[in-house]
Design a protein around this ligand. Structure first.
Ligand SMILES: [Zn+2]
Length: 290
């Protein structure tokens, strides 16, 4: 699933090309949940492209199309002359395929002649049209915590948020969108490694120093992911190629059995809250420091 870094880098990539485009027509070659609502935006000028958690807001003066790419969704922009092609979201061969392709669900055509394609092989992606002034309500309805890239995502905030979750592990707490919206499995494992915190520790047990390190670990992980164009963008080839590429990029994720880059101990994989979790048993101790 595209995590915060993929969605953020996609939004940054597409924004200069989409803002000021006029939505002229659309096609839905395959079903897309809520996709038909795009009809209400015909003739509208795009005024902004924003991210909130893993959601993408395509804004017009009166309304916003809220897109969630879910597990396999991807967006691809192609300029009128076909020379510019920009893709993001879930990596896969359709990013470079001729479009529309078998997974194309929505095509938005702009007055300029350029197009935006939404591909999804699984039909989990969805769209919701909301009035532009109700974006704050949507954030409230989803109960999102402050965005991990915003200045509000501080150690003080995280301490309070975690203290309310005494019965969950820190790994599960980080995946809770009301705590850290947009953080996914990869970001959580990488951030906990950078902070030297065992993923199965109780979220309420962390001390101030550890929470400070965790906030920094999250910031560093997200920044590195956005710089690369998203954590999962290595995953373009076969399963084996993807794994090898991920092992070169990540510090613990997908590195089970390989040496810890810090101490040489083999990385372990356990399951926490149903999610595969990678950590170094030496750098990330189970017991709290004294
Ligand atoms: Zn280690």
């Amino acid at each position: 699933m595209p995590e915060l870094p993929e969605v953020e880098s996609l939004v940054r990539l597409l924004r200069p090309h989409l803002v000021n485009q006029i939505i002229a027509a659309y096609e839905m070659p395959k079903p897309l949940h809520g996709g038909y609502q795009i009809a209400d935006l015909m003739g509208q000028r795009i005024t902004g492209l924003e991210r909130c958690a893993k959601l993408i807001f395509l804004r017009t003066p009166g309304a916003a199309a809220v897109l969630h790419l879910m597990l396999n969704g991807q967006l691809i922009y192609i300029s009128a002359d076909g020379r510019t092609r920009l893709a993001g979201g879930h990596p896969g061969p359709d990013m470079i395929a001729e479009l529309p392709c078998s997974t194309t669900r929505l095509i938005i055509r702009f007055a300029s002649g350029s197009r935006l394609y939404l591909n999804d092989s699984r039909n989990f992606a969805h769209m919701e049209l909301i009035p532009a002034d109700s974006i704050p309500d949507l954030r409230k309805r989803k109960r999102y915590g402050p965005d991990p890239l915003s200045p509000d995502f501080t150690a003080d905030y995280l301490q309070i948020a975690l203290s309310r979750r005494s019965r969950t592990t820190i790994k599960e707490a980080l995946l809770d969108q009301t705590v850290a919206p947009g953080i996914g499995n990869i970001c959580a494992d990488e951030s906990l490694f950078l902070a030297g915190i065992h993923p199965a520790r109780s979220s309420a047990d962390l001390d101030d120093v550890e929470i400070g390190r965790l906030v920094k670990g999250i910031a560093d992980t997200l920044e590195a992911g956005i710089r690369r164009g998203g954590s999962a963008n290595e995953a373009r080839g076969s399963v084996k190629e993807t794994r090898r590429a991920q092992q070169q990029v990540f510090k613990v994720y997908a590195r089970k059995g390989l040496s810890c880059l810090r101490c040489g101990t083999p990385i372990e994989r356990i399951v926490i809250g149903g999610r595969g979790t990678h950590y170094c048993p030496k750098c990330q101790r189970r017991t709290a420091p004294n």
